[in-house]
Unconditional design. Sequence first.
Length: 222
Amino acid sequence: MPFFDIFSKKSVKQNKSQKIIVDNREKNSLVVSELISLNNDIEFKQLEIADYLVGETAIERKTISDFISSMLNKRLFLQLKGLKQYEKSLLIIENYQSMDLSSTNLNENAIKGLILSISLEYKIPIIFTKNEKDTAIHLSLLAKKKKTEISLRAKQKMTDSERLKFILEGFPGIGPKTAKKLLKNYKTLKQVINVKEEELSSFIGKKAEKFLELINKIYKSK
């Protein structure tokens, strides 16, 4: 009877992982090099919210020192609010065991209280990892789950007017004030898109060039 090698490459089914979207600000993180060493498919994007996207899950990653710093300057609460706009979200806290509060007026109970608040009030799961490699392993495992379409923008509950403004803010160089200015003058997205280049340039200046360039781009599916 011939011997059947169950470990041969032909007999082992390889499950393709989902692509991990990485925020540009994480480019120099050791997590990225660890993800690559684990053979993950990664892509860098400018994310409005979170550090990583895996399918419909938004992940904010913080070292314990960054967690404490963002807690003190209140930035953490804005980020948590942003995460809630996604269907699923996670907060990863690295190096929790190396927490150092000597340069602050905080005590450990204050940190623990905040962590409880995030879990109970914000309802965002928290994962504690040892280091960058451990974080990468968790992200890699998450990426192996069933593949879903990745959305680069959060699913937000908005009024129609807010949604129109939100769409325009997605264009390069178009901030909240310019988006509001365009909608106030032209009323609809259709009219904004169809306005002549000369008129748009006189209205919003150099921002018009990139705006029109993106409108005329051809979508290329992967």
